[in-house]
Design a binder for this molecule. Structure first.
Ligand code: PGA
Length: 253
């Protein structure tokens, strides 16, 4: 089954509005004419609208980095799915390990966020991944299974069509230590098998699974050559047009 590769740039808490506009202009020119790969960028909330306007007419998609599950109301500091839709988001990243680690997200709150995003027609990049301690204790698969079951609880086949999974081993994020293509593939294959058990073979074959954690122009090709790796969620290397566009053009490397 052919799955369209999907590369997303997660800018995290980087780039002012001015810097975001500058980067996206560079990206548009560096990526013109590119085919056979889907690309999205995830700027901070404050830059979403400006980046949306810059992206008008381009094939680069827009993603937010988080959302809250209520539609509106007294939830100081939060942003609703409807608000993200309005500023032009197509995707939202949910359950990133930094949210789980620093902001108290659990499988349950991740699940509520995913459901709320889907209700508003946003597609979801659902992040999962083990810490170094969990890997060393041999708990990687157990943990991945728990995150998948908890995060996707209650979702039907139709909703699964709007989910992308990002496998991001926490020990590889921002550390320069990428998982080897074989290490990543082993987990990606496990995720696909789990999806087949929970849903169907068809769904498991359709869903794209991105790898994230110190992806660079140097290692992207080896990762993308693996049969179950369908894309990348890129942090550090997405902050410069040069490195991000090289990653997007991984087929030409
Ligand atoms: P990194 O981040 O590429 O800087 O390791 C990836 C991510 O956290 O999405």
């Amino acid at each position: 089954m052919e799955r369209l590769p999907f590369i997303t740039g997660n800018w995290k808490m980087n780039k002012t509005v001015g810097e975001a506009i500058h980067l996206v202009r560079e990206l548009k020119s560096a990526m013109s004419g590119i085919k056979g790969v889907e690309v999205a960028v995830a700027p901070p909330f404050t830059s979403l609208y400006a980046v949306h306007q810059e992206l008008e007419g381009s094939s680069i998609g827009l993603a937010a980095q988080n959302l809250y599950w209520e539609e509106k109301g007294a939830f100081t500091g939060e942003v609703s799915p409807l608000m993200l839709k309005e500023v032009g988001c197509h995707y939202v990243i949910v359950g990133h390990s930094e949210r789980r680690q620093f902001f108290g997200e659990t499988d349950e709150t991740v699940n509520r966020r995913i459901k709320a995003a889907l209700t508003q027609g946003l597609k979801v990049i659902f992040c999962i991944g083990e810490t170094l301690g969990e890997r060393e204790e041999g708990k990687t698969f157990l943990l991945i299974e728990k995150q998948i079951e908890g995060g996707l609880r209650g979702l039907g086949d139709q909703e699964m069509r709007n989910i992308v999974i990002a496998y991001e081993p926490v020990w590889a994020i921002g550390t320069g230590k990428t998982a080897t293509p074989e290490q990543a593939e082993e987990v990606h294959r496990f995720i696909r098998e789990k999806l087949e058990k929970l849903y169907s073979q068809k769904i498991s074959e359709e869903i794209r699974i991105q790898y994230g954690g110190s992806v660079t122009p140097e290692n992207v090709k080896g990762l993308m050559n693996q049969p179950n790796i369908d894309g990348a969620l890129v942090g550090g290397a997405s902050l410069k047009a040069d490195s991000f566009s090289k990653i997007v053009r991984f087929k030409e490397l």
